[in-house]
Design a protein around this ligand. Structure first.
Ligand SMILES: C[S@@+](CC[C@H](N)C(=O)[O-])C[C@H]1O[C@@H](n2cnc3c(N)ncnc32)[C@H](O)[C@@H]1O
Length: 209
């Protein structure tokens, strides 16, 4: 039985990669990556979210849902997860695959107003697959400011990157009074990626891992 499940999971992951790649061919700038995150990277992103702590988890840039699945596998209840994704096709894809997860088909740059209007909060963690490095500094700052406007004290913003340096420029961190660091590298991902974790200056992490 377990080998059938493994084979089905692999087939689904392969199909997701093909679908994502076809979308990337049409909209490379908007998607930001050529393939969805691998399982190890998705797991690394979800590590440290405390599923039992009160509050909502917000995922930004859900894509085909590889990180969505890891967040659910980490024990976060479906009703406690909100995914913000800009592409309508991907929103439909995630809604169909993960019924019960709320998907906001919208621009993450409007995060604060989006969550306020939808009456969502408090937010215990923001998990981002957005291509922050490819965005303008202004957009990057706007997204982080929106996230920290809704995050609870000690709440963290998690971001993966293929870059060897912080995906949020130092100047932006200083301006927003945030601190951050790399929590781990995931060398098995293609391409290898690092997980970065940001929180308000002077706050201790609320991590469980
Ligand atoms: C690099 S892909 C990551 C997808 C998925 N999280 C993963 O790890 O495989 C980036 C995703 O962010 C979405 N995205 C890019 N800019 C966005 C924005 N401003 N607001 C919401 N989603 C955005 C893209 O449509 C794409 O699905």
């Amino acid at each position: 039985m377990s080998h059938i499940l493994t084979a089905l999971t692999r087939r689904r992951a392969w199909k997701d990669e093909v679908d994502f790649f076809l979308m990337w061919l049409r909209r490379p700038q908007r998607l930001g990556a050529i393939a969805p995150s691998g399982r190890a990277l998705a797991r690394a992103m979800a590590e440290g979210i405390d599923p039992d702590a009160p509050g909502t988890v917000v995922e930004l840039g859900g894509g085909t849902g590889s990180i969505t699945r890891a967040i659910l596998d980490a024990g976060v209840a479906r009703q406690d997860l909100i995914v913000v994704e800009r592409e309508a096709e991907l929103c439909k894809f995630i809604s169909k695959r993960y019924p019960g997860v709320r998907v906001l088909c919208a621009d993450a740059r409007d995060l604060k107003s989006l969550l306020t209007h939808a009456g969502i909060g408090p937010v215990k963690a923001v998990v981002s697959g957005l291509p922050l490095v490819a965005m303008t500094r202004k957009d990057c700052r706007r997204i982080l400011a929106g996230a920290f406007a809704v995050l609870v004290p000690g709440g963290e913003f998690l971001q993966f990157t293929y870059s060897p340096v912080s995906p949020v420029p130092k100047k932006s961190l200083a301006k927003l009074e945030l601190q951050g660091g790399r929590s781990q590298w995931v060398f098995s991902n293609l391409p290898p990626a690092a997980v970065w974790c940001y929180r308000r200056e002077g706050e201790a992490p609320r991590r469980v891992a």
